[in-house]
Write a protein that binds this ligand. Structure first.
Ligand code: ZN
Length: 192
């Protein structure tokens, strides 16, 4: 398992709800935390490891010793939003790219944990932003999509560089063609 980069098709995939919490899922979630820490991130969505499942992990401390700060969100939904606030974001699938994004200031999120228990959290500040960013990933939405027009113009050359690099790796056979990647995603989608 590895973190995929823009424009991998998994990052544009609308992921399907998880129907069962299996030992395999628990193992994958553990691997997602480990990848996230290795990349010094605070959140990682399944789409970012090319899994079309509605799950993401967050640890705002980015410190693997702080296990009590680890949170797993399965089939998450934002049920309430309040206010708007703009701040800088980045993404492990778009290394070294940063930009200002407007998000809801406060949210109420509902999800299931790894034991299958439903929970609800009221979040603000960084936690609210991180959850909105990661939940977007599950719908195939990237933070750059939510930047202002001026912001998008500014990052366009960087995105185009990512694109060129990705296509080159596909030409070299290091990364499979989009059609193959899409087929793989379809095959591992949760089946109700
Ligand atoms: Zn991201």
């Amino acid at each position: 398992m590895q973190i995929v980069q823009f424009p991998h098709p998994a990052l544009r995939w609308k992921s399907k709800p998880i129907v069962e919490i299996t030992p395999e899922l628990q193992k994958i979630v553990r691997e997602m935390f480990d990848l996230m820490y290795a990349a010094e991130g605070i959140g990682l969505a399944a789409n970012q490891v090319a899994l079309p499942w509605r799950v993401f992990v967050i640890n705002l401390t980015a410190d693997k010793a702080e296990t009590s700060e680890e949170h797993v969100f399965i089939n998450p939904e934002i049920v309430k939003r309040k206010g708007t606030v703009e701040a800088e974001e980045g993404c492990l699938s778009m290394p070294k790219l940063y930009g200002q994004v407007k998000r809801s200031a406060e949210i109420v999120v509902e999800a299931f944990d790894l034991d299958g228990r439903g929970f609800e959290m009221t979040l603000d500040d960084l936690a609210s932003r991180a959850v909105q960013h990661e939940l977007d990933h599950l719908d195939g939405v990237l933070f750059t999509d939510r930047m202002s027009e001026a912001g998008q113009r500014e990052v366009a050359p960087v995105l185009s560089d990512f694109e060129t690099q990705f296509r080159r790796q596909q030409e070299l056979g290091v990364i499979a063609p989009d059609t193959v990647l899409q087929k793989q995603l379809l095959e591992i989608e949760p089946k109700p």
